[in-house]
Ligand binder design. Sequence first.
Ligand SMILES: [Zn+2]
Length: 217
Amino acid sequence: MDKKTPAKLKQAYPQARRAEPKPSRAEAEAAVRTLIQWAGDDPDREGLVDTPSRVVRAYEEFFAGYEVDAVDLLSRTFEETDGYDEMIVLRDIRFSSHCEHHMVPIIGKVHVGYLPKKRVVGISKIARLVEAFARRLQIQEKLTAQIANTIDEVLDPEGVGVVVEAAHQCMTTRGVRKPGATLVTSRMLGSFRADPATRREFLSMIGNPASGQLSNV
Ligand SMILES: [Zn+2]
């Protein structure tokens, strides 16, 4: 049994890695006030007075994933397959995340497929797993790998595939400004990686996003 156990995976993806204690709400609001001033506006004008507290509340929602233990989420809920051994695919799971380089939105969808060996989970759990990792500061490659690795470790399937298609506002609204550009990433493990027919079946079930140009992470 040298395969990584969920307990070990848990160490790899702790809920939150805080080097310092969490700042107070007042400190967070003061930081937003500073950014408003940095943008060139007056944080005391009527329209902006309540903005720091609204932004801090929005951050609680955007980054709620740090409070979720993704491994526990799947571990508590799996069921035995009773011999079901066909591919399970959940496609077009919408998500929004925030890029860790600019803290602006990444908006897109995730497709998840796996070939169960012993365990299956309800589809809502897969969607919540996506949320747990999306609601953190992210890069798309890491988000893709975290979803695939967690399913692989906890459900121990024959194989798993995750494809993420997303638009990055750091590319579309600033920098190179390429609206409409979508980044497609994938991670294939087990039979999805080793068996081209399984991979093709999965890709055709999710509608072959940018087929042939996937960047495997
Ligand atoms: Zn960015």
